[in-house]
Design a protein around this ligand. Structure first.
Ligand code: T1G
Length: 656
């Protein structure tokens, strides 16, 4: 089946692309477009051409699956240059998302029209790449340099309206009009005019001053935190201003190919497909999922409020439940605070905020759970408290209502024993702040039904989260690996490191924060409780570091107590190293007869990654996680592991 067809509509050619699912620029599509251009130029009855796509979207980019193989001719720049060299005007008719190579093809056309809901972007940096088919040169000649540089180096697409205002889109299809009909009419008008000068030969409207580039590239380098592609993209965009098109195109292509074959892009392409794989759960295939209209959230604390806000912002009615009026009111204000900040940031309108407030209640007592389709419990992390809540829910909710717990480590099989029908109990482990963090671990108990599990999983997707399958164990996937990560770092303290050295090393690795600074921010009492919980079953022969316990025994729980691993009494936001901590560390090393030694930053990083991967391997072998790539995505989405490294399982399986 040809992926490109050319039809003649009264002298205007319609070049129709049909390459599901997203019209990616496969080898067949690149060749087909060149053949179409040849055919149109050779046919005197054709005055202009419309390039349009079947299915959900305009061309969404190069076919990422082809990147691991050697590129095959015709290469995309050749296809685009051939369209641009056409003797008749081509009009790109855009719906869905014109992304990457798709937008580059549209830039090779003489005009671009789009429906108002379309988006356009060059997201290559999110794959560790840069646009590799003229996008870094043509875009700044269609739109202004600031808009072009931001689009290319951030990878963020723009809506059709913003793209039109920036000069990237020539016309927006009026509401109610058909894209193809509008594009045919636009092309007919264009055919009566002289061909516009191709973007590749135009000079940019405004060439920024040298100082502008230095500042812009400097800002991008700071934000990139070790990722190469945004910085390379910025340099190549600048290069496109200073060199003739052919030379600039060659430079762009060689920079693209170098990145494509580099470790960072391989890691980010792994993450791209891993992120899509994690949403597939064989356990629920074929299960009948139910719609969730009304959600009850038990607990109005930070987590409960974040979960309630996320559900409200995604179309659910929400009833927050607390034990008494005071905490209920506090929870209500927490949720309204989140909605107010969404309003302030322009994410919702004032009318929307009002509608959400009308869909939200916060009360004392369980009465409001009687109408819930789903209840999410987010109360204190104590088994007895949770079992009492679920016993009550079992009494007052409808039999078909799903009962979910947000526990971050407790045994949900144990919680489910409080409910007559445990098939309706599932885990929905959100990450704080729950209305922002994308990751949700959806925990499968031994008794949950596929319908319950599938409905909970689909609900998380509806909240625009990245749900991941996990079985029941202490800490599920993320916190279990985090526990081992923290433990091995404590051992490195005893063996010769200091907290600030390990934190600096893991920041240099690309983590958002080092483990000790992160512990001080989250609260050291959480880890302390986890160690005490595991004490009864800990192997007495297993190495154990007393450093963290000694710090907690001093009442130092981190930022919230003014001191933890670091001292927060001074001005420094991140705290300052505390000689008392070094003293405790040296005492523990001595007590354990350890001769302290030097560690390189690389050794610290390798130790952390191999520890994470080893625990991940156990999690995989125990069937807690479905895939190694799911484990990578948990760490990337939930714990700040740098996406451009691909995750500990990817790094270990690809270690040279
Ligand atoms: N190549 C191959 N497969 C792709 C693909 C692509 N570019 N985009 C999506 N898929 C698959 C995806 O794996 C999934 O497969 C299915 O399509 C639906 O995707 C030369 C070098 C377009 C916004 O980065 O952002 O052009 O799981 O679940 O939520 O300069 O897909 O069903 O088997 O994401 O509706 C640049 C990447 C490439 C766009 C649609 N383009 N794609 O989202 O569906 S590099 C991109 C997306 C490039 C040039 C450079 C999204 C989407 P399966 P989906 P969606």
């Amino acid at each position: 089946m040809s992926v490109v067809a050319v039809e003649n509509h009264g002298g205007i050619a319609v070049v129709r692309v049909d390459n599901p699912p997203v019209n990616a620029l496969s080898h067949a599509l690149r060749s087909g477009l060149i053949e179409a251009a040849e055919k149109i130029d050779a046919d005197d009855s054709i005055r202009a051409a419309v390039l349009i796509c079947a299915g959900r979207t305009f061309i969404a980019g190069a076919d990422i699956r082809e990147f691991n193989a050697a590129p095959k001719e015709p290469h995309l720049p050749d296809t685009i240059n051939r369209i641009e060299a056409s003797s008749k005007p081509w009009v790109a008719a855009i719906h869905g998302t014109a992304l990457g190579g798709g937008l580059e093809v549209a830039l090779g056309c003489h005009y671009r029209v789009a429906v108002s809901t379309a988006r356009a972007g060059l997201p290559e940096v999110n794959l560790g790449l840069i646009p590799g088919a003229g996008g870094t040169i043509r875009l700044p000649r269609a739109a202004n340099p600031e808009f072009a540089l931001e689009m290319i180096t951030s990878g963020k697409p723009a809506g059709a309206g913003a793209a039109h205002d920036a000069g990237l889109i020539d016309a927006i299809v009026p509401e109610g009009q058909d894209l193809e009909t509008f594009a045919l009419s636009f092309a007919a008008d264009a055919s009566a005019k002289p061909l516009p000068e191709p973007l590749s030969t135009r000079q940019p409207a405004t060439a920024p001053t040298a100082g502008w580039w230095e500042q812009a590239i400097g800002n991008i380098e700071k934000k990139a935190k070790g990722q190469l592609s945004p910085v390379t993209a910025a340099r190549i965009v600048r290069n496109g201003f200073e060199k003739p098109f052919a030379e600039a195109l060659a430079d762009e292509r060689s920079a693209f190919l170098e990145l494509k074959d580099g470790d960072q892009s391989k890691a980010m392409r792994h993450a791209f497909f891993a992120e899509r794989e994690m949403g597939k759960v064989p356990f629920v295939e074929g299960a009948q999922t139910r719609d969730i209209h009304r959600v009850a959230v038990i607990g109005g604390g930070t987590m409960g409020a974040g979960i309630a806000a996320a559900a409200l912002l995604n179309g659910c009615a929400v009833d927050m439940i607390e034990r008494e009026e005071g905490p209920a009111e506090a929870g209500y204000h927490r949720v309204m605070g989140i909605l107010d900040s969404s309003l302030k940031r322009g994410l919702i309108s004032a009318d929307k905020r009002e509608a959400l407030e009308n869909a939200f209640t916060a009360t004392a007592g369980y009465a409001k759970t009687a109408d819930a389709d789903l209840v999410i419990e987010a109360v204190f992390e104590d088994m007895d408290v949770k079992k009492a809540v679920f016993a009550k829910l079992d009494e007052v909710t409808r039999p078909e209502c799903i009962l979910a717990t947000n526990t971050s480590y407790l045994d949900i099989n144990e919680i489910a024993k409080s409910v007559g029908n445990p098939a309706r109990v599932v885990g929905l482990h959100f990450f704080s702040p729950a209305h922002i963090m994308k990751l949700v671990e959806v925990i499968r108990t031994g008794s949950v039904s596929p319908e319950t599990y599938g409905t909970a999983f689909a609900f998380a997707k509806r909240l625009k989260k990245n749900p991941v399958y996990s079985g029941v164990c202490d800490g599920f996937i993320g916190n279990r690996i985090l526990y081992e990560y923290r433990k091995v770092c404590d051992f490195m303290l005893e063996d010769g490191c200091l907290p600030q050295q390990i934190d600096a090393s893991m920041r240099a690795f690309g983590m958002a924060m080092g483990p000790f600074a992160m512990g001080d921010m989250a609260g050291l009492d959480i880890g302390w409780a986890a160690r005490k919980r595991r004490a009864a079953t800990r192997d007495p022969n297993e190495r154990y570091s007393r450093i963290a316990d000694r710090i907690c025994e001093l009442g130092r729980f981190g930022q919230k107590t003014g001191a933890g691993w670091y001292d927060y009494s001074g001005e420094a936001r991140g705290g300052t190293p505390d000689p008392l901590i070094e003293k405790i560390i040296l005492e523990e090393s001595e007590k354990n007869g350890i001769v302290r030694r030097e560690f390189t930053s690389r050794e610290i990083q390798d130790t952390v990654v191999s520890t994470m991967a080893a625990e991940g391997q156990k999690i995989l072998e125990e069937g807690i996680a479905l895939r190694a790539s799911d484990i990578d995505m948990v760490l990337i989405l939930g714990y700040g592991f740098p996406r451009w490294r691909g995750g500990p399982m990817f790094m270990t399986s690809n270690a040279g």
